[in-house]
Design a binder for this molecule. Structure first.
Ligand SMILES: [Zn+2]
Length: 345
């Protein structure tokens, strides 16, 4: 196959960041995605309707003229979130609330320490049809970082899902066979996003031959058996797995340092990277469902109008993206050649 046309896709999980960074991140995603689920882990986090409305305005003002792009907003759950918070956020356009266990990832220090305190909030979300998005890792210091996702399933996610079986939950950026199996076997109110890096790489790509800070993200890359399970999940065409890049930029100097930040900035090549994976899996016919249908269906949103076309054409992902303020970002897969290119969006 030399060309593929799919219905316009959505990115169901990403980080736009804020302020001047928006001038790069928003056009990168609006390039080919019509909508995106925008993560709320700013400083300070987007915890209520008022902050959500202001953040959406900042994002919209960074959309290039002539592009149709709709940010789908989320709020950040804290120990202080209550029923009124989620209800007013929903009225302001929030489609979901994001659960970060405290300390799990970038800017998650103010996040949830006691899940049970949030049960009335989950109850209300279930009632008003607001999704729960979870960063599925425990953060107990004694739990090995490679086991944190499985522990989260066993200790937390099973409990929440059993208690609120009709609460729609997206298990974000899954990284393990355990997570893929759990989602497959759960009821229809449980789904998952999968990133390009977790489909393309495993922990050898992070650690063998020297530390590769630009492949460092959270949840961290796992062993290849887990990577293979994720590839199987998308290859299967199951509607429970859909596209969420977790594109998460950090300036180069914050990645290439003694204590580097977690996150891969994939927005400038995301749909092409996924196309490459699906081609390797001999499953290009499944790309459209994964990228354009299953996520919208799960969220209860209409599927997008319009299409994008990718052509088989080799190109090199740039070594750096210049932010215009003197800072650079090293994109995911920098300097490497990929085989697909969006030609019409
Ligand atoms: Zn994320």
């Amino acid at each position: 196959m030399q060309e593929i046309t799919i219905q316009t896709p959505d990115d169901l999980h990403l980080h736009f960041r804020d302020e001047s960074m928006l001038l790069n991140t928003v056009p990168a995603t609006a390039r080919c995605f019509r909508r995106a689920i925008v993560m709320p882990n700013l400083v300070p986090p987007v915890t209520n309707a008022e902050r959500l409305t202001a953040y959406r305005e900042r994002i919209l003002s960074a959309v290039p003229p002539g592009k149709h792009f709709e940010p789908l907003m989320t709020i950040y759950l804290t120990d202080n979130t209550d029923k009124e918070t989620v209800t007013s956020a929903k009225a302001a356009g929030a489609v979901a609330a994001k659960l970060y266990p405290a300390g799990a990832t970038t800017n998650s220090d103010t996040a949830v320490t006691d899940l049970e305190r949030l049960y009335p909030v989950f109850e209300q979300m279930q009632k008003i049809d607001m999704l729960l998005l979870v960063h599925g890792e425990v953060t107990d210091t004694h739990i090995d970082i490679f086991d944190r996702e499985k522990e989260f399933i066993d200790q937390k996610l099973q409990v929440i899902h059993a208690r609120f079986p009709n609460l729609k939950i997206v298990f974000e950026h899954i990284t393990t066979k355990d997570a893929a199996d759990f989602v497959s076997q759960a009821n229809e109110f449980m789904a998952a996003t999968i990133t390009p890096q977790h489909l393309m790489l495993n922990r050898n790509d992070l650690l063998v031959g020297g530390i590769r800070p630009h492949n460092y993200c959270l949840p961290v890359l796992k062993r290849s058996t887990h990577q293979q399970a994720l590839r199987k999940a998308v290859q299967s065409g199951s509607h429970k797995f859909f596209l969420g890049t977790d594109s998460a930029p950090h300036e180069k100097h914050k990645k290439e340092t003694a204590c580097g930040c977690a996150g891969c900035y994939s927005a400038w090549s995301a749909i092409e990277l996924y196309a490459q994976v699906f081609e390797e899996l001999d499953a290009l016919d499944k790309l459209e469902g994964f990228a354009s249908h299953y996520g919208a269906d799960f969220y209860g949103l209409p599927r997008n109008q319009g299409t994008i076309t990718l052509k088989k054409e080799q190109w090199k992902i740039p070594d750096a993206i210049h932010l215009g303020n003197g800072e650079d970002i090293v994109p995911f897969f920098a300097g490497q050649t990929i085989n697909w290119k969006v030609t019409d969006a």
